[in-house]
Ligand binder design. Structure first.
Ligand SMILES: Cc1cc2nc3c(=O)[nH]c(=O)nc-3n(C[C@H](O)[C@H](O)[C@H](O)COP(=O)(O)OP(=O)(O)OC[C@H]3O[C@@H](n4cnc5c(N)ncnc54)[C@H](O)[C@@H]3O)c2cc1C
Length: 439
């Protein structure tokens, strides 16, 4: 790879077609580091960078006024937390020592080190961090968007727009099938589609309606969870609570007028089954944003930014890195993973800025607090090899009150106060201390 080739800051190299699509009042910007996406990974890494760069050297391109701590959406859906607990103003979480452009990347051009925004601005960068996350494609399931309007029993924790429909559906449930889905695409937090299933089971037991409900978890995956240790524990939870699990079963259509959900057997695609539902929690298909997918120089076949899984540097452009859900690194897409990645990227970006090779490596760490009830949680933690990488000096494949307390009470302030200020790199240090002490 010709490293210097891609560190050009000269505006004259910006492709002419950008200017032809730019609107009349569009502006030109330039910076040392451009962060595209100011969500979990973008904000956390920008906070670190803002401590070593001058204000005008760091631009964050982020369209939304709101920053959501999405891991709390599971608890919002369960009626435990509110949507406002999960929200802060973007302006209050992004680092003050950076320029925030409230706009969206519309076109990436890594060959000329530039990004064109939806408003037509052109941003020239020396180094790029892509942090756009995954978008939720509710419109890809016929009938779903329509079904999510009003009190229809159809709900979804996966969007700030719909997450409040879940607790309403729980409260309105009388009897019948309560169905939970997992789509046939990569998703953020692969544990979340089943967490809400366990919360529903517990809720219905608390209000004395469980015997009137048939709780069903229909997942496109061939396993209940990717890591065997936790999958074994989750099968026991499902068996103990009479939750029916159907593997390789993918939601393809909803008929809201008839309260019917149609599923396809992914192993026998001609085989479709119609389920009646009283409650239907949908985890929608997901994809990277179109602007990214369309930039084939940066992305792989599936539309994810092609990176080296250890250094998180683009496989084609030495001055480009990607963090979080939009990256091709084959870890479980979680905020916990982004926390571990941001320190690796920060170190590697600094190295590359000094024309040194990137040497920090990401081990694939991800964690998933599998909430299994209103006071219980199994804290799954693992690496690229799907080998458990547990923080605590006891086996974490048990439902524990302490892990629920961690998820509900400790993790939100850790996120807002430490991670978004660039001060949390995941629990590796705590894990080392714990295991040094007790092993
Ligand atoms: C219901 C639910 C439960 C979850 N539970 C957990 C959990 O328990 N533990 C855990 O660790 N993780 C959990 N997650 C996953 C976690 O929230 C994500 O993995 C994490 O937020 C990923 O960070 P990110 O920076 O990659 O993406 P995001 O935080 O989604 O940020 C992406 C940002 O990019 C912006 N953007 C999008 N397109 C563009 C564009 N074209 N130009 C500029 N900006 C753009 C968006 O506005 C957004 O702000 C959960 C998620 C959900 C939805």
């Amino acid at each position: 790879m010709n490293f210097m080739l891609h560190l050009n800051t000269n505006f004259s190299r910006v492709s002419k077609r950008y200017f032809s699509t730019a609107k009349l009042n569009s502006a030109k910007h330039s910076c040392k580091v451009l962060v595209v996406g100011g969500g979990t990974g973008g904000c956390a890494t920008a906070a670190k960078l803002s401590k070593v760069l001058k204000k005008n050297e760091l631009i964050i391109l982020e369209p939304s006024h709101n920053h959501y701590y999405q891991p709390l959406f599971t608890l919002v859906g369960g009626g435990i937390s509110t949507l406002s607990d999960a929200r802060k103003n973007t302006k209050d979480v992004l680092p003050k020592n950076a320029v925030w452009l409230q706009d969206k990347a519309a076109e990436f051009s890594p060959n000329s080190n530039s990004v064109v925004t939806e408003k037509g601005d052109v941003i020239q960068y020396d180094f790029l961090l892509v942090a756009t996350g995954l978008q939720t494609d509710y419109d890809k399931i016929p009938g779903l968007v329509e079904a999510l309007k009003g009190d229809t029993g159809v709900c979804s924790n996966y969007s700030d727009k719909y997450v409040e429909t879940t607790y309403k559906s729980l409260q309105n449930f009388k009897e019948g099938n309560a169905i939970f889905t997992y789509p046939n695409t990569p998703v953020k937090c692969p544990g979340a589609p089943q967490k809400i299933c366990y919360l529903t089971d517990h809720y219905l037991r608390k209000v004395g309606k469980r015997d009137k409900a048939n709780v069903i978890y229909n997942t496109s995956l061939a396993v209940i969870f990717g890591v065997k240790k936790y999958a074994d524990a989750l099968w026991k939870v499902c068996e103990g609570r009479n939750i029916n699990v159907n593997l390789r079963t993918n939601l393809i259509e909803i008929k809201p007028d008839k309260k019917e959900a149609i599923f396809q057997n992914l192993d026998k695609p001609h085989e479709v089954t119609t389920f009646q539902y009283s409650m239907l929690h949908v985890t929608p298909p997901m994809s990277t944003p179109p602007a990214l997918r369309e930039c084939r120089d940066l992305t792989n076949e599936a539309g994810f930014v092609d990176v080296d899984k250890l250094t998180l540097q683009s496989t084609k452009f030495a001055n480009v890195f990607a963090i979080g859900d939009c990256s091709s690194s084959p870890n479980s897409k979680t905020a916990a993973a982004a926390a571990a990645q941001c320190q690796v990227i920060f170190k590697n970006l600094q190295a590359v800025m000094e024309a040194k090779p990137p040497t920090a490596n990401y081990d694939g760490y991800a964690s998933c607090p599998l909430v299994t009830g209103y006071n219980k949680c199994i804290l799954a933690e693992f690496d690229y090899n799907l080998t458990p990488l547990e923080t605590f000096p006891f086996s974490q494949d048990k439902e524990m009150h302490s892990m629920y307390f961690l998820k509900k009470t400790l993790m939100p302030p850790l996120y807002w106060n430490l991670m978004l200020n660039g001060l949390w790199n995941g629990p590796a240090m705590v894990r080392n201390l714990m295991h040094f002490k007790f092993n």
